[in-house]
Ligand binder design. Structure first.
Ligand code: PLP
Length: 419
């Protein structure tokens, strides 16, 4: 075990991680070796509740037998074949099932890629190329919101509005019009509005901004604004998709159908990397005609194992009536979170479905209270990560009542210990 951790520190490099502290002799990295349901087990056999669904991906718990079986069955046939010039059954079946999740909507085309960032890239590049080749080359700008997060690749990061995710702080990628809120749209000049190809937004809740909830009605109003001006609406449901907010997709809560719906994290139930960008026949038809194609793609587009896992996950949704069990769990979470309000350090509690942000008083600069609280909660059997001073609780949808109680209790102990 110690040999492994020595190799880890000698050769690996982790995302968004200050590696000097990570490699410090005194730091023993947590190595996760197995998972079952909401529980994860580390190198010493200690168990933890997966309080943030393994960075917002897991839906039905770890090692779910239905998803495992779907992956195994596909593995017996073939693990991966190219989607460039070929097709395969899992991708076709999954495409149809995704379309059927939004019945009678205009979203009838599915474009696969690998992760959330590429789902966003695909949508933005489709939007820009659509206008360019269909008589509106001047529509070259994407409107995005302050504090938005849409991923880390160059293009996805260019519409992001959180400075730390830009690292160097440089602006790069697409032409972006950034606005703080919906009201700001009224202050755009005619010239600015006429250049917009699309608006991109995280519906209902901005995740990486610290689980910041949009006021009710904003999404529907934004959709109407776009429609009046024939500007595409791109919804980033990479985090909110697949039941997380209480409905299958967040947009359904305000009866909004976007021009592009971006899905990733929970698509495979959180088992394998796969993403889908869903769009309309109108957009699709804008790419028809001799010599026209959407010039974008990745080697692992529509990976067969990933598609099989996603089909397995959707099967679990149906067979276990996952959506029907959610309202009671969401209510239980709300009640348990309320009990944290007596802690003086807790200044705000935000919840949307099974997504919760518990904001604490910032403490002194560089104190990193959020990080410290999560480390303290780890000793009480909870794994999660804060967004600055907001503690995140986002259990798998399969979470049981007692697991939820233990999660909130561990968080309470962590807060009490640090604050
Ligand atoms: C995680 C996330 C992304 C990026 O997804 P990756 O798979 O990490 O590239 C994009 N948008 C939102 C809202 C996310 O939460």
């Amino acid at each position: 075990m110690n040999d492994l951790l020595q190799l880890e520190k000698s050769h690996l490099w982790h995302p968004f991680t200050p590696m000097q502290a990570w490699c410090d002799e005194a730091h023993e990295p947590l190595m996760l070796v197995s998972g079952k349901g909401c529980m994860l087990t580390d190198q010493h056999g200690r168990e933890y509740l997966d309080g943030n669904s393994s960075i917002w991906t897991n839906i039905h718990g770890h090692s779910h037998p239905t998803i495992q079986a779907a992956i195994h069955a596909q593995l017996e046939r073939v693990a991966h074949t190219s989607f460039l010039g070929f097709t395969h059954e899992p991708a076709i079946r999954l495409g149809k099932q995704l379309v059927d999740l939004l019945p009678d909507s205009a979203l009838t085309r599915v474009f696969y890629s690998d992760n959330g960032s590429t789902a966003i890239e695909s949508a933005m590049r489709m939007a820009l190329q659509f206008w360019k080749q269909n008589g509106h080359p001047g529509r070259d700008t994407i409107l995005a919101f302050e504090r938005a997060y849409h991923g880390d690749t160059l293009g996805a990061a260019s519409v992001g509005g959180i400075p730390i995710f830009k690292g160097s702080g440089n602006d790069f990628g697409y032409r972006v019009q950034r606005v703080p809120c919906l009201e700001a749209l009224d202050h755009l000049t005619k010239e600015q509005t006429s250049r917009l190809a699309a608006v991109i937004v995280e519906p209902l809740v901005q995740g990486s901004a610290g689980m910041r909830m949009w006021p009710h009605g904003i999404l529907a109003a934004l959709s109407a604004w776009c429609r009046e001006r024939d500007i595409f609406l791109i919804l980033d449901e990479v985090m909110t998709g697949f039941g997380r907010t209480g409905t299958m997709f967040a947009c359904q809560q305000e009866d909004v159908v976007p021009d592009f719906l971006c899905l990733a994290k929970g698509l495979t139930g959180g088992c394998l990397p796969l993403a889908a960008t869903m769009t309309t026949e109108r957009v699709f038809e804008g790419f028809l005609g001799t010599g026209r194609a959407f010039y974008y793609g990745h080697s692992y587009t529509a990976n067969q194992l990933g598609c099989a896992a996603a089909l397995g996950s959707l099967q679990v949704f149906r067979e276990e009536r996952v959506m029907e069990a959610l309202p009671a769990k969401i209510q239980l979470m709300a009640g348990l979170l309320t009990s944290l309000r007596d802690l003086p350090a807790v200044i705000d509690i935000r919840q949307c479905g099974l997504i919760a942000g518990i904001e604490i008083t910032p403490g002194s600069p560089n104190e990193q209270r959020g990080v410290k609280i999560c480390l303290a909660a780890r000793k009480h059997g909870l794994l999660t990560r804060p967004v600055e001073d907001t503690l995140v609780l986002m259990p798998p949808l399969s979470v049981t009542d007692s697991e939820m109680q233990r999660m909130v209790h561990a968080l309470r102990l962590g807060i009490e210990e640090v604050c």
